[in-house]
Write a protein that binds this ligand. Structure first.
Ligand SMILES: [Zn+2]
Length: 421
């Protein structure tokens, strides 16, 4: 070997060693760096309603039970019932009803936890409702009906979906017999990306892999195809994301019954708010109109005196199948009732609504489902996925939490001023 060849060989060995060292470093140290970046901050000690931000499902039930007890002690009539979804596992939907004391004019209906994990912010808002809104109401002609933890499985196990991997807000289909289960034409085009198979491996290389396949998918299928495939809901991939099921889930049957009862009952005016989190701008709760509500964005803003509204004419509006509020309207129509109904969704934004925020939301959604379906080869990756998922539905940041309380008060006041008779 001549001198030049020797030098080249040494050079190649050096470069190769450096590469190998980098790969090893990224493989063994990278996961911890990624986890550190994902870790939610520790909630601050004190802020508005800090005590009401629960950390487990049982705690939210205890909180509601205490509230009922306090109301009763104050002389208020409260009827309660629990509906078992899985009694052995302690999974119940809680119904709390405060009848109007004199005349059945208005019924306020609040539902929480249709999307499991989103029930945590829902539980806080029930406290805010009873502390700040309830005392301002004329209970002589206004009744209140709370249906809490509609998806108790998702609350207990920190998932958006229920015990059958079903997204309940895609499950409120009027007539399954005549419903086209293959209505989502986009999902099959990107199913491999949205539900990758196999255990999650090394956290660092998992991150790299995700962005590489996203880039590939965005080029071949288009970013719009991915978001259309996701948000509308799908009915063919039982292990996939945003799966709407093929029949009514136990929670759905129950809530459909509650809606029917309200429409058949004595109250002439029903105002329903379904509480969600995860979509929209980070520090602004958005009132998301039902597709059944023809009011425009500008009209809704003016009527409710609230600035953050997504209506059917908004750019950010998207239509879904099997939505809870849409179902409520359709049921009212099918009953040919002369009651008035307003049914809407309060959506607390978490990650944000920018381009990169949407990618992160998508990533957290895909990762969590993969972890649930296939597990993880190591604890670091599993922990990273769950930290991100919590951030997607229930951020710990003080500023975010305080703003949720302020927005709920504003929006609820606006809705009730406009809609109660
Ligand atoms: Zn939701």
């Amino acid at each position: 070997m001549n001198q030049n060849k020797k030098k080249t060989l040494i050079g190649v060995i050096c470069v190769f060693s450096a590469l190998l060292a980098t790969v090893l470093l990224l493989t063994f140290v990278g996961p911890y760096a990624v986890l550190a970046l994902s870790r939610q901050e520790k909630p601050a000690a004190e802020y508005a309603y800090s005590e009401s931000f629960c950390t487990d499902y049982e705690q939210t039930r205890t909180q509601l039970a205490k509230r009922v007890q306090a109301l009763r002690q104050a002389g208020v009539t409260v009827e309660t019932s629990e509906h078992a979804i899985d009694a052995e596992d302690g999974l119940y939907i809680d119904k709390v009803y405060l009848p109007a004391t004199e005349q059945s004019t208005n019924l306020i209906v609040l539902t929480t936890g249709v999307h499991g994990m989103e029930g945590y912010i829902g539980a806080v808002m029930l406290e805010v409702f009873f502390e700040e809104i309830y005392p301002t109401l004329d209970t002589a002609d206004t009744g209140i009906l709370i249906v809490a933890n509609v998806n108790p499985y998702g609350m207990k196990y920190l998932r958006r979906y229920n015990e059958n991997n079903v997204d309940l807000n895609r499950n409120f289909i009027e007539d399954w017999e005549n419903f086209d289960l293959s209505c989502n034409k986009e999902y099959p085009k990107v199913d491999k990306f949205l539900q990758p198979k196999g255990k999650i491996g090394n956290a660092f290389w998992h991150e790299v892999g995700f962005y590489a396949s996203l880039a590939k998918e965005a080029v071949f299928s288009g970013a719009d195809t991915i978001s259309d495939a996701l948000l509308t809901g799908q009915y063919e991939y039982a292990e996939g994301v945003y799966y709407g099921g093929t029949e009514d889930q136990a929670s759905t049957k129950y809530l459909k019954g509650v809606f029917a009862e309200a429409l058949d009952g004595a109250y002439e005016n029903i105002v329903h708010v379904d509480i969600h989190s995860g979509y929209g701008p980070r520090y602004n709760m958005v009132i998301f109109n039902s597709v059944q509500d023809p009011t425009t964005e500008e009209q809704t803003k003016a009527e409710l005196g609230y600035d953050y509204v997504i209506a059917t004419d908004s750019e950010a509006f998207y239509e879904t199948f099997g939505d809870t509020t849409d179902y409520f309207y359709r049921l009212a129509k099918s009953k040919n009732t002369d009651k008035s109904l307003y049914s809407t969704c309060f959506e607390f934004g978490t990650i944000g609504d920018g381009f990169f925020d949407s990618i992160l939301s998508l990533k957290y959604t895909v990762d969590e489902n993969r972890l649930h379906q296939y597990g993880s080869k190591n604890d670091v990756a599993a922990e990273m996925v769950m930290e991100n998922y919590k951030e997607l539905y229930y951020p710990t940041e003080k500023e975010w939490r305080e703003k949720t309380v302020a927005d709920f008060k504003d929006a609820m006041t606006g809705v009730l001023n406009a809609k109660l008779k």
